[in-house]
Structure formats: C-alpha cells, structure tokens
Ligand binder design. Sequence first.
Ligand code: KIV
Length: 274
Amino acid sequence: MKKVTTTVLKKMKRENEKISMLTAYDCPTAKIMDDAEVDVILVGDSLGMVVLGYNDTIKVTVEDIIHHTSAVSRGAKRCMIVADMPFLSYHQGKYNSVKNAGRLIQEGNANAVKLEGGVEIIEDIKAIINAGIPVMGHLGLTPQSVNKIGGYYIQGKSVEEAEKIIADAVALEKAGVFSIVLECVPCELSKAITDRLSIPTIGIGAGKCCDGQVLVTNDLLGSYQGHIPKFVKQYENIGEKTKNAVEEYIKEVKNGQFPEECHEFHSKELEKIE
Ligand code: KIV
C-alpha cells in the first residue's frame, strides 16, 4: 500500500495520470472509497448541506470538520485526506489560521487542508505552509462567499474575471500550495490554468482539461435530496433504493413478515416456561 502524498499527486500530473477525489464525512464510506483506491478524500464543508441539513456551508465549524475528519481517518489509510477549513477559520489573522489548520491535522488526522480564495488570503496560506501543513487552494466559485457573490454562479466568464482567477492561481502556486480546486469555471479557463501550472488542478464543474476531478459523493450516489448541479453525473440512486428498502421494512413489520425464524434467538431451557 503506497500512501498518496503531495509528491505522488504532482508526479501524477507530470505523467498525465488523472487524479480522482471525492468527499466523505464518515468512517465506513471512507473505507469503501479507500478500498476502491480513490486518490484523495475531501472532508468538505459541503458536510453542512449534504449531512447536517443546513442551506449552505457557512454554519460549519472547525469542530464539525475535526469530528468528521477523524472519523474518515479511521476508515481511510491509503488515500490522502484533505480537510476543508470552514468559513472564518482563516480570516482572523495568521495566528488563528495556523492554529485552526493545525487542529485539523492534529485532532482530525487530516494530511492537508483546503482554503477558498486567492491573493486576499495569501499570507494565511504562506503561514500555514510554513508551519509544515500542505495546503490545497480553491478558486472559481467559492461557496463560503455565496452571500457576497449573490448565488452559485459560474465564475470567470469574462476576460477580466478570468485574468483575476489566473493571477490568483499563479500566486497560490508561488506561495506553495500543492494543488488547486477549480469550481464552476469555463473549460477554456480551467485549461489555461492547468497548462500554466506545474501543480495539479482538480475540477468540479470545470471540464475535462483539469488534472483531476472531484464530486460531492452524496450527489454522485443520489443520496442528497437537494438541488443537483448540472456538472454532477449521478452514478447511482441510493436515495430511491434506501426509500424502497425502508418502505419494505415498514410493510413487513406491520404485516408480521419480519422478523423471520432465521432472525430469532431460542433457549431450550425457556421452552419449559408455561
Ligand atoms: O466542500 C466541498 O465538498 C468542496 C468541493 C465541492 C470541492 O469544497
């Protein structure tokens, strides 16, 4: 078993091997993914929406991410585990940014952290990397800024916007991030960034030119009942399968079909009791 590290991911880019990344928030799912040999598990703050039932990612706390990352780390041994730094956990001075990133590594057992933003958070990113913590960047649509952006829209459609995102990507690479997530940007832009950088880009709604792809697992499996974006490919419909199984169970409990003989325990001695 060869552990996936930042060096492995950079080598994959050099050798044109695509990187697979998925989100996970619990131990059993992480184990299944690790056994399937996914390269990277992201304990994303999408946790807030797909697991905790919030409308957005804003309410997710450092404690939430630590709790779920440590569960994931008990299931996944081979893949790299990246923990999202939640809203406002890296906007209150470098000291706090390093402290919060350190907690995700020490208490959550993450291998790296992910931060949303470009040049405006570059000093925080440098401070975290200087503390020995690998950082993954996140540009394009940054859901923690949904209130500022005004919704979940494609970013970088105009030349001016695209140039800003390219400048951010170049600055992040220079600061030492090992990879960058590009979310909801035109393919022309993700290609320009991917060609320009020596670190891997991981796309979500950013087309096939990126060095890797990430999806929210609950979207891919069809277990999330909320809005499913256009860029998601749904590989299963676990939500429907779960509902069918639960309805079957309820029916069998009500009509006495479950439990059956094979599910019961018996005691010879107790047979004598009247
Ligand atoms: O929180 C998350 O799941 C993410 C992915 C969408 C990249 O940041």
